[in-house]
Design a protein around this ligand. Sequence first.
Ligand SMILES: [Zn+2]
Ligand SMILES: [Zn+2]
Length: 362
Amino acid sequence: MGGSTVFLYHDDFLKYQFGAQHPFQPVRERMTLDTLQSLGALDDGAVVVPRPADMDSLLAVHLEGYIKKVRELSKRGGLLDRGDTPARPGLYEGALMAVGATLDAARGIARGDYEHAFNPAGGLHHAHPARAAGFCVFNDIAVAVRAFQREFGIGRVAVVDIDAHHGDGTQAIFYDEDVLTISLHRYGGGFFPGSGDADEIGEMEGTGSNINVPLPGGTDDNLFLHAFRSVVVPALRSYRPDVIIQQFGVDGHYKDPLADMGYTTRGYAEVAKLTHDLAHELCEGRCLVLGGGGYDLDATRRAWSTMYCVMSEASIDRERARGLHDMEAPLSDRRTADRVLDVIEEVRQRSLPLLERVIRYA
Ligand SMILES: [Zn+2]
Ligand SMILES: [Zn+2]
């Protein structure tokens, strides 16, 4: 079966939350589902109800002691990290469902049940094997990579992370492995998590297959897309993945309260199209899209719905599709633009030849 796209959703996603005043609000996932349903963008059978992650899959990435700690703290309350990721009742169940949805989507893609899948509860890229960070409890991206490798023998996996924050957990887990991890994010001035400079290129077998594009605050759509076309597109063509995982955090949206970047729904639509077309060009359409950051609920709902419509090539009413888009588009100032162009040049010179060499002599 080909040409199909599914949306993963379970009400347990709503249990993955840190309190009413916390920026992370899982209701954005429900809002995206409702938007797509009202647009008629979901075919029959397009909504897949996931199961919670199984322990073996979780243990492929996380330490048993840490998993137990999350389960216990989620019962009695407490902090999972230094302060911004508190454990609350139900968090463990919510986290298992968020990861389970990514796993089910990965397996469905690997089996060929569908080509593209979106799990809005996934993309928890700051989680490390033994610690939570930045609202991320379990790293579903890494769990999916391990499932592709172990269950299906799919070795060439590319992770493309467009969240406004560096995908530090994912980078750390695959730093010495030949899994292509690319992150485009805001960097500098103490912006969370602080890592993600261009010289973090991987080590041992992973040398060259970790690529960071550290962008300044205020980067706009045009510069973001220029970076994507100049780095991500050639890197994927060099690496030739068997599957693409895209972390589609949308906290780079100009209305987001946390990140101060300048992206709009039009930039996100173009990134979705580029990724979608590359998946068909390089890996028979296999593309797993995950959520991530997104703290302006309405912008997040519109950006994810737009991305889903592009990915699934849903034929929806043009007028209503336009209604999802931003009416304005911030522009970067000259200094920001010059800085982005310098970063792109630096990353291209450093990383692209390295990646080609890795491939040629592999
Ligand atoms: Zn397609
Ligand atoms: Zn983020």
